[in-house]
Each structure stands twice: as structure tokens, then as C-alpha cells.
Design a protein around this ligand. Structure first.
Ligand SMILES: NC(=O)c1ccc[n+]([C@@H]2O[C@H](COP(=O)([O-])OP(=O)(O)OC[C@H]3O[C@@H](n4cnc5c(N)ncnc54)[C@H](O)[C@@H]3O)[C@@H](O)[C@H]2O)c1
Ligand SMILES: [Zn+2]
Length: 377
């Protein structure tokens, strides 16, 4: 880890996508520099800030002030908080509000919020006026390490998560780690699942570092910026090689096939947050890999014990209330987009830091595994 940053100082990570390349600025108290950074990229652009009501109360005024200080005009569009806003109805509201605010080609959308806002605002930016540029100002840990980077945007369909959307890269990401100080502990912890994912899927040394330093990340020490930068660098490298997920990018879905099924099975409610579902899904992916003798049991135990140590769910019994039965879970898995000709695609592991894409998973084997797991509840 490098020396701690001073307030306002940034670690810069580049997403190398040719004409669509952009920077991610990571650091404490960076929000004040948002206007200056935008002005340098798009002099003269107006902005529409899209945010949710919770974030608006906490951080909208400071965001507006940061833009104003660089003489940038902004309109604000506030939607209800929560996964429910990744809907056709809210998408329509946001697009109409963008047009009503006279945001033209050459102007900018600013997504101020967590992954829900990033996905929704990014998709609205991709669609309104056939495509507007946008800036991500992620305010959750999950958004700072994962959803604000890489250009996946979208909303949910009644058939499943993220099924309507577009690839649309931001032109800038400003991740102010001080904004995470207002995040409820449970939300922070859920976002940490995607931090752990970064280690579990491809970086065993980072995972060891997390085992030793996770408390400092939670308490807002310098480990926080370092962890976010490591995750962004890793994701940026994968996205630069495989922007549209024709191959390697699928590794980032570690834990997500099981996770999305559980999330949908809980009705996208706050019984199971996205990151919690991912933690559970990664635990299942490790256990399933161990059962298939692709990895040692001890590797699965190591992954589960770290997730459990930070307080994330690792067993189906950790979900309060009912969980769908095996038929419903298998239906939800089959509806997930990672299915090709009846065979299931899963991200499996050969050990901590060694995930791989398996396109040929037999659904009967998954069914037997989940039946056993459900019986443990
Ligand atoms: N596009 C991608 O690549 C990608 C990757 C991972 C996840 N996602 C998506 O991200 C979403 C989950 O994101 P999330 O966990 O950030 O959820 P979220 O956006 O719903 O934020 C979680 C909660 O925290 C509140 N909040 C946000 N910032 C806050 C702050 N600084 N202080 C206090 N409260 C704050 C929000 O109002 C919300 O209630 C899911 O829809 C998931 O599908 C997308
Ligand atoms: Zn995720």
C-alpha cells in the first residue's frame, strides 16, 4: 500500500478504451473538485444531476455547489431510493425530466448515487437524445468498486435483473470515499462483497491483504482508498480487454448467477441486498466447485470464513424469511442471461483468486447441489 492520501488528493485509474477512455479519480473529499474536472473535459456543458431522495438529502447540495463553483449550470432529478427505481416507470420519468431540463447533445448527465442510480441514469443517458455523455459520482462502496466502472447500464424486467439496458461508458468517475461515511453499515458491508469478489476471482494476494486489513476499510482508514483503487484497476483491465462481455468479463459475474436467483427469489427486497446475494452466491460457487472437486474444501472454507467474518451471509439459512424452493430457484437461474442452449454458464473456481468460466454446467448437478443446500436450512 502506498502512503495515505491527503484530503482532496486523488489516485487516478485509467480505463483504456481508446476513444472512450476515461479516468476514475479516487480519494477522500474529492467532490469539491467535480466542477473543475467536468469543466476540463466539457467546457460550457450544462448538467442534470440524477440522484435518489436519500442521497439528495445528504450530498446533493454539496454536488450542486461543486458544479456552481466552476460556473456549471445544473438541474436535479430526484427518484425514490431502492432497486424498485430500476423500472420502466422511473426510466420514463428520468428521460422526460432530462428533456424538460433542456439537456442537449454536448451537455452532461451526472449520476450521483449507488448502483441503482448509476445503472438507471447511465441508461437514461444512453437513450435520451440518442445518447448523452455522463459522469459517475458513486456514493456507495459497491458503486465505487464495481457498478460505476465499465459502462453496463440498465433496468430490470419482470423476467429478471438488468435485462433491459445498454453499454454506455461514462466520461469520468469521481469516487469520493468520504461520501461513504454516511452509508449505513449494512450497505457498506454489502458493497464489500464486490471488494472480496475482486480478490476471490483473480487476485489471491489482494484477498490475503483483505483478510488482514478489512477493518481499516470499514473504519475509513487509508486501506479504503487502496482497496477501491485495486478493484477499479482490476475491473478496468478486464473491461479494456473485453468491453462487451464476449469472454473474460464474465469472470466479474462470480457469485452472480446464484446471487441474482436469490435476489429475485426475495423479490428484490431489503431482505437480501445485491451485495449480500453476491456474497451468498460466491459462497455457493466455492462450495459447488469443491463438490465438483475443482478446488480443495479448504479453499471454500477460507472464502466463506472471510465473508462470514465481515458479517456477510454465506448460508441459505442466513436469509431471514422464506427462500424459494429448488424449482423456483432453477427457473430463476435458467432465466438469467448466462444460459446458452440449455447448458448453464457458471463462474467456478480452482481456488482463491482462480475463477474460470464454465459453459457446460449440467443443470441436474446444480439442482442436486441446491436441494442439499436448501435441506441444510
Ligand atoms: N452496472 C454494473 O456493472 C453493476 C455492477 C454491480 C452492481 N450493479 C447494480 O447496482 C445495484 C446495487 O447498488 P447499490 O448497492 O449501490 O444500491 P443503491 O444504489 O440502492 O444504494 C443503496 C442504498 O444506499 C443509499 N445510499 C447511497 N449512497 C449513500 C450515502 N453515501 N449515504 C447514505 N445512504 C446512501 C441509497 O439511497 C440506497 O437506499 C444493483 O441494482 C446492481 O444490479 C451494477
Ligand atoms: Zn454485483
Amino acid at each position: 500500500m502506498t502512503a495515505p492520501l491527503r484530503p482532496g488528493e486523488a489516485i487516478m485509474v485509467q480505463v483504456a478504451l481508446g476513444a472512450r477512455a476515461y479516468d476514475i479519480a479516487i480519494g477522500r473529499e474529492l467532490l469539491g473538485s467535480l466542477g473543475v474536472r467536468i469543466k476540463a473535459l466539457r467546457p460550457g456543458a450544462k448538467t442534470a444531476i440524477i440522484t435518489d431522495a436519500t442521497v439528495a438529502k445528504l450530498h446533493l447540495a454539496a454536488t450542486e455547489a461543486a458544479l456552481k463553483s466552476a460556473a456549471i449550470d445544473s438541474a436535479s432529478i430526484v427518484v425514490p431510493p431502492g432497486e424498485g427505481s430500476k423500472s420502466y416507470a422511473t426510466f420514463e420519468t428520468v428521460c422526460e425530466a432530462i428533456i424538460a431540463a433542456r439537456i442537449e447533445r454536448g451537455d452532461l448527465i451526472v449520476a450521483l448515487g449507488g448502483g441503482v442510480i448509476g445503472d438507471l441514469a447511465g441508461f437514461a443517458a444512453a437513450s435520451a437524445r440518442r445518447g448523452l455523455d455522463f459522469v459517475q459520482v458513486p456514493t456507495t462502496l459497491l458503486a465505487q468498486v464495481d457498478s460505476s466502472v465499465g459502462g453496463k447500464t440498465g433496468i430490470n424486467s419482470r423476467h429478471g435483473k438488468n435485462l433491459i439496458g445498454a453499454f454506455h461508458q461514462p466520461i469520468l468517475v469521481v469516487a469520493d470515499t468520504a461520501l461513504l461515511d454516511t452509508l449505513p453499515k449494512r450497505e457498506f458491508r454489502a458493497g464489500y462483497a464486490e471488494v472480496a469478489k475482486c480478490g476471490l476471482l483473480g487476485d489471491a494476494a489482494f484477498f490475503s491483504w483483505l483478510e488482514a486489513n478489512w477493518q481499516d476499510i470499514f473504519s475509513g482508514g487509508p486501506a479504503r482508498e487502496h482497496a477501491i483503487a485495486v478493484c477499479c484497476r482490476a475491473k478496468a483491465a478486464i473491461v479494456a480487454r473485453d468491453e462487451r462481455e464476449t469472454g473474460e468479463r464474465a469472470l466479474l459475474n462470480l457469485g452472480h448467477t446464484f446471487g441474482h436467483a436469490l435476489e429475485a427469489g426475495c423479490g428484490f427486497s431489503d431482505r437480501l441486498l445485491h451485495g449480500e446475494a453476491v456474497a451468498l452466491g460466491m459462497a455457493l460457487a466455492f462450495e459447488f466447485s469443491a463438490r465438483k472437486k475443482l478446488t480443495a474444501k479448504s479453499e471454500a472454507e477460507r472464502a466463506l470464513s472471510h465473508l462470514a467474518a465481515v458479517g456477510l451471509p454465506t448460508h441459505l439459512k442466513d436469509i431471514l424469511g422464506g427462500v424459494p424452493g429448488v424449482d423456483a430457484l432453477m427457473d430463476l437461474i435458467a432465466q438469467d442471461k448466462k444460459v446458452k442452449r440449455g447448458k448453464l454458464t457458471f463462474i467456478l473456481v480452482r481456488g482463491v483468486g482462480q475463477a474460470f468460466i464454465e459453459n457446460n454446467v449440467d443443470s441436474a448437478e446444480v439442482r442436486a447441489f441446491l436441494t442439499d443446500k436448501l435441506a441444510e436450512r
